[in-house]
Design a protein around this ligand. Structure first.
Ligand SMILES: C[S@@+](CC[C@H](N)C(=O)[O-])C[C@H]1O[C@@H](n2cnc3c(N)ncnc32)[C@H](O)[C@@H]1O
Length: 281
């Protein structure tokens, strides 16, 4: 009678082991980085903070400037949110490969956001996925309103365009009233306020600069305390909730700024009259 060996017995005789080697487990691309380099890159970028992303994509928001830690602090709460971010000034100038560094940085910091860029040069080669670009001048209300009509009102605006104070002011005047409550409006490189070659002024307190606008906004935070007879609050008086100033960067928060004043109950007599002293002569 032929001797019939079981498969297990054959394996035992040939290898000295009682079981055949198990077949290699199928590779799960979601857990094995080498299986899907794209997924691995995605995971790596999603784990970076904003400064690391700035370095990764080569925007000067970190390095030449020190903006990213400030942005991280003010914008981190939006990381997982769906919203529109508009950056004015896409950058790169004639170097196509360097274009859109900050748009790419934002795209990875805000994976669910729509990242929109506006530039006076055509950057449409960056369009796709989460990123959309528009060609136009930041002082042109038509293009700014078109962006809002097509993309929705941005919750975050970054003005990193011409940096010319009159442009910065015009853009702010057009966009700010159109933003939703809770919006964050950032102005970069505001030091041009002090540089005549950029349309600024030597006198740090000169009117008409970007910083002059910011100082008005700061006064406006306390507009309810003004004792100026017949003072009419401006739109920004009642809709700017906070102004954060850093070296060359300003972050403005939009929100209700009508809290009421204690000026009628405070004991003015303690410090004397609030009447204008020049009126006594
Ligand atoms: C400093 S770069 C932007 C850099 C980019 N945001 C980054 O962080 O990598 C300034 C950009 O603003 C654009 N720009 C200049 N004047 C403009 C204007 N009036 N309207 C819109 N964009 C303008 C320039 O073409 C340039 O691409």
């Amino acid at each position: 009678m032929p001797l019939r060996r079981s498969a297990a017995a054959v394996v035992r005789r040939l290898t000295g082991r009682s079981q055949p080697d198990p077949a290699p487990a199928p590779v799960d691309p979601s857990t094995d980085p080498s299986a899907d380099p794209k997924a691995e890159r995605r995971r790596r970028l999603m784990s970076l903070d904003l400064t690391e992303l700035a370095v990764e994509f080569g925007t000067d928001k970190w390095g030449v400037h020190r903006y990213t830690p400030h942005y991280q602090r003010h914008l981190e709460h939006l990381r997982g949110k769906k919203f529109v971010l508009l950056e004015i000034g896409i950058g790169g100038y004639s170097r196509k490969r360097r274009s859109g560094a900050s748009l790419k940085m934002w795209r990875w910091f805000f994976p669910k956001a729509r990242i929109v860029g506006l530039d006076i040069e055509d950057k449409s080669f960056l369009d796709g996925g989460h990123i959309a670009t528009y060609l136009g001048d930041q002082t042109d209300p038509v293009i700014l309103k078109r962006i809002i009509a097509e993309e929705g009102a941005p919750l975050v605006v970054i003005d990193d365009g011409s940096h010319i104070p009159s442009h910065v002011r015009t853009t702010f005047a057009t966009l700010f009233p159109l933003l939703p409550d809770g919006a964050i409006y950032c102005i970069e490189d505001i030091q041009t306020s002090y540089w005549p070659a950029w349309g600024g002024a030597l006198d740090p307190r000169a009117p008409g600069t970007s910083m002059d606008l910011v100082k008005d906004l700061i006064d406006g935070l306390n507009h309810e305390e003004f004792l100026v007879e017949g003072y009419e609050p401006t739109f920004t008086d009642t809709h700017v909730r906070a102004v954060h100033c850093y070296h060359n960067l300003v972050v403005i928060e939009k929100g209700d700024n009508v809290e009421g004043s204690n000026r009628d109950t405070a004991a003015h007599s303690f410090h004397g009259s609030n009447d204008d002293p020049s009126a006594d002569t």
